[in-house]
Write a protein that binds this ligand. Structure first.
Ligand code: SF4
Length: 488
């Protein structure tokens, strides 16, 4: 394992970001935003932020590094107040983990009656960020961060259109890549999604008011009703007049991230009409059909990521299932490092195998993905140390062999355990008696989806958005351009 064993036990792809927006005079919108972000915490653990305003008043933003529960205290929410709010949780995908790159981004441009002040939060990644950044700097526009979100905010704040909706309609076709975005002005909350709809965004209703969120689990926690997904290329505008919608870009090839079903989103979220817990269970069922392990005695999951697929595998195979590990749920994120003495125990801080259950057993071990494989190798060794006779690894996704350019930090090809290895070689590298992955066709069967409407580039190498191959990756803005302080 590299890096902190406590902060990243999965050694998997890092979750991207989560966004939320609400227009709801009469409600405690900052508190609603807080709890919505709390539900979206799995999408980003590096920073959190909320921007709020009373209609026509100032936009107040608070953001900091850390978890939602660390960033906001009771007095912060009282100070934010407001009638409309947006929020963001972040895992860095563009730019490093610095305060300047936390969100919501706050920008204002113009003066007097022509001033436009806004806050913006974004999930995704622009593949033409470097070009847009250079073009805007030539126009004399300064930036305070290296995040592509600030580029979108600057384009909108400085746009001459009379309304924010018209500004968004003009700017969106110039953005290439993945962007599920929420924007707040002094009197409206706006949400828009890239034409391919790579990242999720849903629309909800709270009484007679409306809200948007990355996932439906954020609506559940605040008592809002899920209405529908925001459509790819659609702009939704929430204000005193209720909801206005507008299709900005029509007819683009859709490319919803298939990894959202497999890994990123919370199992209680609904995507394209499917509750993910059920979809992940079906992945396990298809996996059992595609890759049976007839000699095995018992199915166990790598908790919690493999839980649903392991249940599906056991259901379809007829094998018994049990918990092979106990997981400590309270070390998901600690800033205390284990130190030399504890480091040798590695993953035991997170997972403790149960020798009474796995000892003497031929195990099917189910997880949802492998990226670098370091954690998986340790898990297999722990099971053998606990007395397991055989370990047959079953993964409810295909091998990951390609980086993501659409908002997920997926390492370089060379770091991926499947890069340049056959499945047999991966099994040997990990120390498994056998290894099998779910096929791509099996994924689409389980989610009941069409391949032509999804992105599966990290598995297949087929990038659905034009210009992706030229994208320069996570630190492209930092490598290409000096950090320029706004107002300097
Ligand atoms: S490359 Fe993989 S993680 Fe990235 S958007 Fe496509 S399917 Fe999702």
């Amino acid at each position: 394992m590299t890096g902190s064993p406590l902060s990243d036990h999965r050694d998997g792809p890092r979750d991207e970001c989560g966004v939320f927006g609400i227009y709801a005079p009469g409600h405690d919108v900052s508190r609603l935003a807080y709890f919505a972000l709390y539900a979206l915490q799995h999408r980003g653990q590096e920073s959190a932020g909320i921007a709020a305003a009373d209609r026509g008043g100032y936009v107040i933003t608070q953001r900091a590094l850390g978890l939602v529960s660390q960033v906001f205290k009771e007095h912060d929410l009282r100070a934010l107040g407001g009638e409309l709010a947006i929020g963001h949780v972040r895992y860095s995908t563009t730019g490093s983990n610095e305060w300047e790159n936390s969100q919501p981004v706050h920008r204002s441009a113009g003066s007097g009656g022509n001033q436009r002040e806004l806050a913006l939060a974004h999930n995704g990644n622009l593949i033409n960020a470097v070009e847009l950044h250079a073009e805007m700097r030539e126009r004399g526009i300064a930036f305070s961060s290296t995040s592509d979100s600030e580029i979108i905010a600057a384009l909108l704040a400085s746009h001459p259109a009379a309304t924010i909706e018209d500004a968004i309609a003009d700017v969106v076709p110039r953005l290439h890549g993945a962007f599920s975005t929420v924007v707040m002005t002094k009197d409206r909350v706006l949400a828009f999604r890239d034409p391919a709809g790579v990242r999720p965004l849903v629309l909800g209703r709270l009484g007679d008011r409306y809200c948007v969120a990355s996932e439906s689990c954020a609506l559940d926690i605040i008592g809002a009703e899920y209405l529908r997904d925001v459509q790819p290329g659609e702009l939704v505008s929430l204000g005193e007049d209720g909801i206005r919608t507008r299709q900005i870009v029509e007819g683009a090839r859709q490319a919803f991230c298939v990894f959202e079903y497999i890994y990123f989103a919370r199992p209680d979220s609904k995507m394209h009409g499917t509750v993910l817990q059920a979809a992940r269970g079906r992945m396990g069922e298809v996996l059992a059909r595609e890759a049976p392990a007839p000699e095995a005695d018992l199915v166990i999951a790598v908790p919690d990521s493999g839980n649903a697929a392991a249940r599906g595998y056991a259901r379809a195979s007829g094998l018994p299932q049990d918990d092979g590990f106990v997981k400590n749920r309270y070390v998901a994120r600690t800033f205390i490092q284990p130190g030399q003495e504890l480091r040798k125990h590695g993953l035991r801080l997170k997972f403790n195998p149960l020798p009474e259950i796995v000892g003497g057993q031929r195990l099917v071990v189910v997880d949802d993905s492998i990226v670098r494989g370091n954690t998986t190798r340790q898990i297999i060794q722990m099971l053998r140390d606990a007395g397991a006779l055989e370990v047959h690894l079953r993964i409810s996704a295909p091998p990951i062999r390609n980086p993501c350019h659409y908002g997920v930090d997926m390492h370089t090809r060379e770091e991926m355990v499947a890069h340049g290895r056959t499945v047999e070689e991966i099994a040997e590298h990990l120390g498994a008696d056998s290894l099998a992955y779910l096929s791509l066709a099996g994924v689409y069967e389980a989610v009941n989806g069409e391949r032509g409407e999804h992105c599966d580039a990290c598995f297949s190498g087929d990038y659905p958005l034009a210009g992706t191959e030229e994208a320069q990756g996570k630190f492209s803005l930092e490598q290409t351009l000096p950090l320029v302080r706004a107002g300097a």
